[in-house]
Design a binder for this molecule. Structure first.
Ligand SMILES: C[S@@+](CC[C@H](N)C(=O)[O-])C[C@H]1O[C@@H](n2cnc3c(N)ncnc32)[C@H](O)[C@@H]1O
Length: 307
């Protein structure tokens, strides 16, 4: 029962009314209706999740935490991302997002991803990475490229003229199906980027990740795995959301109210050094807008020693 049906029509109806009330801004009515749905179908995680979100929006953190906790217990793998909401409410930062949550998010989003991201959010991640590579490695042609979190293939489209073979890795099978249709990828894997890097054979000249590390807090494992799969003289380029320095936590990364991770400059420099990369470029960059405002970000280009 992780989907939008509890298996009981009257519980489903109350859930749908709750969702409609929430959309209309009547949060008190929504909370009441979610509770009614839960009374009928107590093991339905979607209703507990809706209740948690509504109570959090009503400014009732303790019962919201309780609702998210029940949701977490009922939905193995946490496809709703209840653990992220719990972390926000307790002031904690998790190291990474649940894979089931990211997969569900992007599987649902895949068909409208490009129009929404590019037309509505003015998304420029791939263009920014291309410009950064033109600055740092102007003459290089990248014979073997790995596109982490490749999504629908926007990065491959931007990079194609400077690249040979491009492999793509993405958690979401629906996003990968779109990438497949571009015909620009040599190999595509629908899996987590760490598992994918361990599976794909060969060494890369360039590893890119456009707007992907906002779904990873601790970047140490992926920077180390990418370094191990990049040949000497090779490159890595990625974007992140910038953690405003005055609120930087000890961890150097934090889960924001938009449920995306942001990273501090100091963290990125240290994490790159720890994984034996040389930082060639670390500069402010706005990859997208949200609610009409630029979202502050950073573009990072790293090289393996010898480049
Ligand atoms: C905002 S989209 C960006 C897609 C693409 N890079 C682009 O610039 O258009 C983020 C993508 O990263 C993928 N993703 C997030 N976390 C991932 C992980 N740990 N491993 C593999 N893919 C991941 C998502 O499924 C999604 O397709």
């Amino acid at each position: 029962m992780t989907g939008q049906s509890s298996g009981d029509l009257s519980a489903d109806r109350r859930y749908l009314w709750a969702e409609a009330s929430r959309k209309d801004g009547d949060l008190a009515a929504a909370a009441d209706l979610y509770r009614q749905a839960i009374e009928i179908a107590p093991d339905w995680p979607a209703a507990w999740f809706g209740l948690g979100e509504t109570l959090a929006a009503l400014g009732e953190p303790e019962p919201a935490k309780e609702a998210f906790g029940v949701c977490l217990g009922l939905a193995p793998g946490d496809p709703f991302g209840a653990s992220l909401h719990l972390a926000r409410l307790t002031g904690d930062t998790t190291d990474a997002m649940p894979a089931a949550y990211v997969t569900r998010l992007f599987d649902d989003y895949a068909d409208r991803f490009e129009s929404h991201l590019v037309d509505t959010l003015d998304y420029r991640g791939p263009a920014i990475l291309l410009e950064a590579l033109e600055q740092t490695a102007p003459a290089a042609r990248f014979e073997a490229v790995c596109d982490l979190g490749c999504g629908t293939g926007l990065m491959a489209r931007a990079l194609a003229w400077r690249a040979g073979a491009i492999d793509g890795i993405d958690l979401s099978p629906n996003m990968v199906a779109h990438a497949e249709r571009t015909g620009l990828y040599r190999r595509l894997l629908a899996t987590d980027c760490l598992a994918g890097l361990a599976t794909l054979s060969g060494a890369y000249d360039l590893i890119v990740a456009a707007d992907v590390f906002v779904y990873l807090g601790d970047l140490a494992p992926v920077l180390a795995a990418a370094r191990a799969r990049t040949r000497d003289g090779g490159w890595m380029a990625f974007t992140v959301q910038a953690l405003p320095e005055p609120t930087a936590t000890d961890a150097g990364f934090a889960l924001g109210p938009d449920l995306r991770y942001a990273h501090s400059t100091a963290y990125l420099v240290q994490a790159a050094r720890d994984a034996c990369w040389t930082t060639r470029l670390l500069a402010p960059a706005v990859t997208r807008r949200d609610a009409g405002r630029d979202v502050p970000g950073l573009v990072v280009v790293l090289s393996c020693d010898g480049a």
